[in-house]
Design a protein around this ligand. Structure first.
Ligand SMILES: [Zn+2]
Length: 127
């Protein structure tokens, strides 16, 4: 898929879950081929958003990935480091224990996407 197709599909998916659900959203290519997202009537837009405004926002991520609670795990050797699966610590090899902190299902993918070199390609795998 092209970046524009990925964006369009991702936006459809988020809209179904309540993100700007009552607004018309258009993905348009503007100057310097930078895609912009227009909220509302294209002739009388309410907002112009950049790709990063959209895909890195918490509201979009919540609608796109959902807000279910997920358990996360940690190890005694490094209490500030969290793991997403119930396995063994990659540093010391000890069994991980369940953390008191609860993770929402959108938090991890949003974090990964922000760190990835091509955020839209990262998003594509969830479409
Ligand atoms: Zn450890």
């Amino acid at each position: 898929m092209t970046n524009k197709q990925i964006l369009k599909k991702a936006i459809e998916q988020a809209k179904k879950n309540g993100w700007y659900s009552n607004e018309e959203i258009k993905v348009t290519i503007f100057v310097r081929r930078l895609p912009k997202i227009i909220v509302g009537d294209i002739n009388d837009p309410k907002e112009y958003l950049s790709i990063n405004d959209v895909i890195f926002s918490h509201d979009f991520a919540k609608a796109f990935w959902g807000e279910q609670s997920e358990d996360i795990f940690k190890c005694k050797c490094n209490p500030t480091n969290y793991y997403y699966t119930f396995k063994f610590c990659s540093k010391c090899g000890e069994k991980l224990i369940k953390s008191k902190r609860i993770l929402k299902s959108w938090e991890k993918p949003l974090q990964q996407m922000v760190l990835s070199e091509e955020p839209l390609k990262y998003l594509e795998q969830f479409l």
